[in-house]
Ligand binder design. Structure first.
Ligand code: C2O
Length: 631
């Protein structure tokens, strides 16, 4: 296996990269359970690769062929890998989501991802199997570019991941989250935030140098505000799209977003400086006692000097850079009037089982019996008919070359980071919070920027709307979903089936892809219900639970019914809703106790080489760097 690349790259290495020929980069990944304790609070099982966690970074150059041989040695869970942000042009079957572009890889099976990368930038890879990546199967994917417009402008590059951390396994949290015991759909709240999957991260820097930081939020749920004391950030890339340089004091990065920025160090080494990641607590329905929403790291100029506590910051939004003001480096202009408009309304509501689900246009996603790609490949001319993909996949069929406009109206009061597979998109419009639907906003073509920002994950504000645009130039099956993993589980997913007849003419599915279906007993031909005779007969498809009976049609009514009726009817109503524990209370009972004035974190440093999970226990057990930035 190619060893994980440390965060630091010298100029010399960058020069070497620029002369490198397109190569094949091969990774052999055995996916296994390991034990880790990244926040120093709690040992727990995590999903590692080749016996290690954090998992290795995938590194390649633009033009390289990347081969990832996955062997699932978990024993008790299926898995898959998605390469977040990669276009997978010509290799849509390598995109990763289970029941979409492949069958999940069952325990004991192997599967090879093989694709060519023709895009530079900062990406990541993660499991795309039911709620799994927050258990640890998430890592950076960096594509170096000999033609980067910023290549001469920095001395070294560093990868900085943000994430949130739960003490409980997703398999323990998910049943309580989607249950009649949680009728409001309150998402489990993480215990801690992490930098590079640890805490008290020390980043050694030299004075008077410029660093390219590649920042990735690999979290399950929390967006984070990030700032560096005493230093400015100059943004040069978001989600793989180079931007005109833009100065920022504070960056907001949702789950799955990336941002690269240049940071020039000070000329003297008289002090060290804190940098802080602070979780956006407006996303959380409750703030449990064991929640520690800040994580601190330090730019270390001098090991002998103290590591200062970060100063208190209270106005987060007021200082935060607005990504809508970014201008792509290539100045790609606004795509013309759309050929096709898709409008999606985001709704959270209860179904007849009493649990809370997430909906696009009254449909909560249910995985089809046949992976959507295999339905596209096995239904002939009917592959252009959205009906064959079933009634619960929110499928929209796109034709080659169409300019597609996607309007998303948030009828929910939470922020949602939406991600589209297979491309980046023009972020044409984002309303303020509480603006209502796009129609309410009264916006016309003339209000759109002439050179819109592009990215692959974009935050929609509470009760607001966004408009995205892209050209359908990449045949494949591309999910559009909220990247909060809880909302993936509760169904906030739509499916774009792009140029399915082209897929039939161009794609050949490798044998090992079909073999994992056989091993997992998943059908690979027919419509979403695995019907091969009458392709328009969906009987037997996977369905969402039935709606609530009349009079119980909204979350509000359910909550009201719960609070009033239970008083009146007592035990009968309680029995109907069940007595499952509150998952928020269940989400963790461990409390942070680490308190010390001196932070000793000799491990977990960038550039110190791969650390084992065990080392992180020691790294974070003496630190208190996560306190004090926000009360
Ligand atoms: Cu980061 Cu559907 O993916």
């Amino acid at each position: 296996m190619k060893s994980s690349v440390p965060g630091l790259l010298s100029v010399w290495e960058l020069v070497l990269f620029s002369f490198a020929e397109a190569a094949t980069v091969t990774y052999d990944f055995n996916v296994t359970w390991v034990t880790a304790n990244p926040d120093g609070d709690f040992d727990r099982p995590v999903i590692g690769i080749n016996g290690k966690w954090p998992i290795p970074q995938i590194t390649a150059n633009v033009g390289d062929n990347v081969v990832v041989n996955v062997q699932n040695l978990l024993g008790n869970e299926s898995t898959s890998l998605h390469f977040h942000g990669l276009y997978m042009n010509g290799t849509a079957h390598m995109d990763g989501p289970e029941q979409v572009s492949q069958c999940a890889i069952p325990p004991g099976s192997s599967f090879t991802y093989n694709f060519t990368i023709d895009q530079p930038g900062t990406y990541w890879y993660h499991s795309h199997t039911h709620g799994q990546y927050p258990d640890g199967l998430r890592g950076p994917l960096i594509i170096h570019d000999p033609d980067s417009p910023f290549l001469g402008q920095y001395d070294e590059e560093l990868v900085l991941t943000l994430s949130d951390w739960y003490h409980d396994l997703m398999t323990d949290l998910l049943p309580g989250f989607i249950s009649k015991g949680n009728p409001t759909g309150a998402e489990p709240v993480p215990q801690n935030a992490l930098f590079n999957e640890t805490q008290n991260l020390k980043v050694k820097v030299e004075p008077g140098k410029t660093y390219l930081f590649r920042m990735i939020n690999m979290g399950a749920f929390a967006s984070q505000y990030v700032w560096f004391e005493g230093h400015n950030m100059t943004i040069v890339e978001v989600d793989g799209v180079y931007t005109q340089p833009a100065e920022a004091e504070m960056i907001y990065l949702s789950a799955a977003q990336r941002c690269s920025f240049l940071l020039t160090t000070r000329n003297e080494t008289t002090a060290n400086y804190a940098f802080v990641g602070s979780m956006d607590t407006t996303l959380f329905d409750v703030l449990p006692d064991d929640l520690n929403y800040n994580v601190t790291g330090w730019l270390v100029y001098d090991d002998g000097k103290p590591l200062p506590h970060p100063a208190f910051v209270d106005d987060l939004d007021g200082n935060t850079f607005d990504d809508m003001t970014l201008v792509p480096w290539d100045n790609q202009t606004l795509l013309g009037e759309p050929d096709k408009t898709v409008e999606l309304n985001v709704i959270m509501d209860n179904l007849g089982d009493g649990a809370n689900y997430a909906f696009f246009n009254n449909i909560t996603y249910r995985a089809p019996k046949v992976p959507t790609l295999y339905t596209a490949l096995s239904t002939g001319k009917l592959a252009t008919n959205p009906a064959v993909y079933g009634g619960y996949t929110n499928t929209f069929v796109l034709e080659k070359g169409q300019i597609v406009q996607l309007i998303v109206n948030n009828l929910d009061t939470g922020r949602h980071p939406f991600h589209l597979h297979g491309r980046n998109f023009q972020a044409v419009y984002r309303s303020a919070e509480d603006a209502g639907t796009f129609e309410d906003s009264n916006v016309t073509e003339a209000d759109f920027p002439s050179v819109p920002m592009r990215r692959d994950t974009f935050v929609l504000y509470p009760s607001g709307n966004v408009v995205l645009r892209f050209r359908a130039d990449n045949p494949g099956i591309w999910l559009f979903h909220c990247h909060i993993e809880w909302h993936v589980a509760s169904g906030l997913i739509a499916t774009f089936v792009e140029s399915p007849l082209d897929l039939q003419n161009t794609l050949t599915i490798p044998k090992d892809h079909y073999e994992v279906c056989v091993a997992g007993n998943v059908p690979t031909v027919g419509n979403a219900a695995a019907n091969t005779h009458n392709l328009l007969d969906l009987s037997g498809e996977n369905r969402a639970p039935d709606p609530l009976p009349d009079g119980f049609t909204t979350r509000g009514k359910v909550a009201l019914a719960f609070s009033c009726l239970s008083g009146i009817l007592g035990i009968a109503v309680v029995a109907w809703y069940g007595l499952a524990p509150d998952p928020a209370a269940h989400a963790g009972v461990e409390k942070r106790v680490a308190e010390a004035d001196v932070v000793d974190s000799s491990v977990g440093d960038i550039g110190a080489g791969p650390s084992t999970a065990r080392e992180f226990v020691m790294a974070s057990s003496s630190g208190d760097g996560n306190r004090g930035a926000r009360a």
